[in-house]
Design a binder for this molecule. Structure first.
Ligand SMILES: [Zn+2]
Length: 81
């Protein structure tokens, strides 16, 4: 499976959040690392789109397409700003 970075899903995040999120800062709920979305590790079709922490590898965000709707799970991060 090819690991991409957060820039690769900039368009998807723009659709979901309505604004450019690649420069937004994520805070990992597992290790506390703070990093821009652009620097996270992204896997496509896992199923869904999975964003992982570059420091510890924990899942930060999962975006699934269910019946044409984007469902976002942000449970792996304590902040997105
Ligand atoms: Zn982490």
């Amino acid at each position: 499976m090819v690991a991409l970075d957060g820039n690769s899903i900039g368009g998807l995040l723009l659709d979901v959040f309505g604004t450019d999120m690649t420069a937004a800062l994520t805070t990992c709920a597992t290790c506390g690392a703070v990093a821009p979305v652009a620097e996270t590790v992204v896997y496509l079709r896992v199923p869904g789109t999975v964003m992982r922490c570059r420091t510890c590898g924990s899942v930060l965000m999962v975006i699934s397409q269910i019946r044409g709707m984007s469902c976002v799970n942000l449970g792996g991060m304590t902040a997105l700003e």
